[in-house]
Design a protein around this ligand. Structure first.
Ligand code: SAH
Length: 401
């Protein structure tokens, strides 16, 4: 993705037709099962099982026209037509990498677009889904952060990414699963868009949606502590936390959110999450940057942090660690460590009994790797905040390298 992609808009003849047409009908994609049942009962005076039929048409057969839903009566179909619509994100382009990773640029509104990535692997297919247009957290090593923030995605725009990919892949839930896992690791901070993300994840796990097991839907956060606690209560998904540094000072340089929720507070919340979801582990992601966080002292401190976590949760391997080699993007001051340095770091963790898989870089020829997603974001943060942010990023890079 080169950031040059323009969204095609049609040139209208009359000034009126140039105005965007505002469709006020409810978008069914915004509803999870509970809400859709309520819509059928309360708004349409229908039985809730009708909601299940409609969900199956949409998420299992990729039908978005009520007229084609032949097991609904004619009267109901026209009632639905009047009150509701089924509107998926618009595909601006799709690219396939040499390693079969696929990436879609999806238009969210006239000016903004986000990216969704599909990573096929032996026996599984993982979709990396975005939660926001841009990101406000400003992590020093992430290209999404460098672009600024525009807005949260709606439930429809989040589940719409799964729908577009599943349809393109020919996924048949419960039968021919091309899509076996979803990770909320695309653009944005999912816990900063809590309600919409949780609702979309419930459709991913619903039998009338994509039927994914709880364990196969993973939410990744930079560490929004109160929302981690809320997630523990309101949803049943796997939790991944972007750690990237075992020391507060370094972590704050890399991730400004660490100032608000420092390591001890963050780890406490992760312990509470693991305790609540008995038997489930928490995955810590660690992006390796050359000369920044890849030294033996970092590995040793990381081992201690993971061991303390296991001890507190009273479960072996309650803390999992995933190593991600840094993926460069234009303008970044960080570098990926050499393969040998990555192996050395991994060995130190292995020696302490940690598996520590290194996430293979996938799709980097189409800029689809972790931290490379850019989409097209009209930054709406005020100019002063933007300048401050750029300064902070420069300082962070200077301090950290
Ligand atoms: N906001 C969420 C999810 C987004 S990113 C979070 O912070 O967890 C998914 C993962 O990719 C995170 O662990 C993120 O820190 C990491 N990442 C971001 N930029 C990267 C880069 N340039 N190279 C490698 N990993 C990166």
């Amino acid at each position: 993705m080169n950031g040059q992609t323009q969204i095609q808009t049609t040139d209208a003849v009359s000034p009126v037709s140039r105005l965007p047409s505002i469709d006020t009908r409810t978008n069914i994609f915004d509803f999870d099962r509970a809400r859709l049942e309520r819509f059928f009962e309360e708004e349409l005076g229908e039985k809730p099982f009708r909601a299940h039929q409609v969900m199956k048409w949409i998420h299992h057969r990729y039908v978005t026209d009520f007229a084609e839903m032949t097991d609904l009566g004619k009267v109901l179909r026209s009632k639905l037509e009047e009150r509701a619509r089924i509107h998926a994100p618009q595909v601006i382009f799709e690219k396939t990498s040499l390693d079969d990773t696929r990436k879609w640029l999806l238009g969210m509104d006239a000016k903004n677009a986000i990216e969704t990535v599909y990573i096929p692997d032996k026996g599984r297919g993982t979709l990396c889904v975005s939660s926001q247009v841009g990101c406000a957290l400003n992590c020093a090593f992430c290209s999404t952060g460098a672009q600024g923030f525009n807005r949260n995605l709606s439930t429809a725009e989040i589940i719409g990414q799964v729908w577009v990919a599943a349809r393109a892949l020919g996924n048949v839930p419960h039968q021919q699963r091309k899509l076996t896992n979803v990770v909320m690791m695309g653009m944005g901070e999912p816990l900063a868009n809590f309600d919409n993300v949780v609702r979309a994840m419930s459709i991913m796990r619903d039998d009338y949606g994509y039927g994914l097991a709880n364990k196969r839907v993973t939410l990744s956060t930079a560490g929004m502590v109160p929302q981690i606690d809320r997630l523990a209560q309101e949803s049943d998904v796997s939790l991944a936390v972007s750690l990237h540094a075992p020391f507060d000072e370094l972590r704050t340089q890399l991730m400004p959110i660490n100032k608000k929720y420092p390591l001890a507070t963050l780890i406490d919340a992760c312990v509470r999450y693991a305790q609540r979801k008995k038997g489930e582990s928490v995955t810590f992601e660690y992006t390796l940057m050359q000369g920044v966080n890849d030294q033996p002292e970092h590995a040793r401190a990381l081992v201690k942090l993971l061991q303390d976590f296991d001890r507190r949760v009273q479960m072996q391997d309650a803390a999992k660690i995933n190593l991600i080699p840094f993926n460069p993007f234009p303008g970044t001051q960080f570098q990926r460590p050499s393969d040998a340095a990555i192996r050395d770091f991994q060995r130190l963790l292995n020696a302490a009994g940690r598996i520590a898989p290194v996430r293979r870089t996938r799709g980097d020829d189409i800029d689809a790797a972790c931290g490379q997603l850019k989409g097209q974001v009209v930054d709406r943060t005020p100019r002063s905040a933007r300048i401050r942010k750029q300064q902070q990023a420069r300082e962070a890079a200077r301090g950290a390298v």
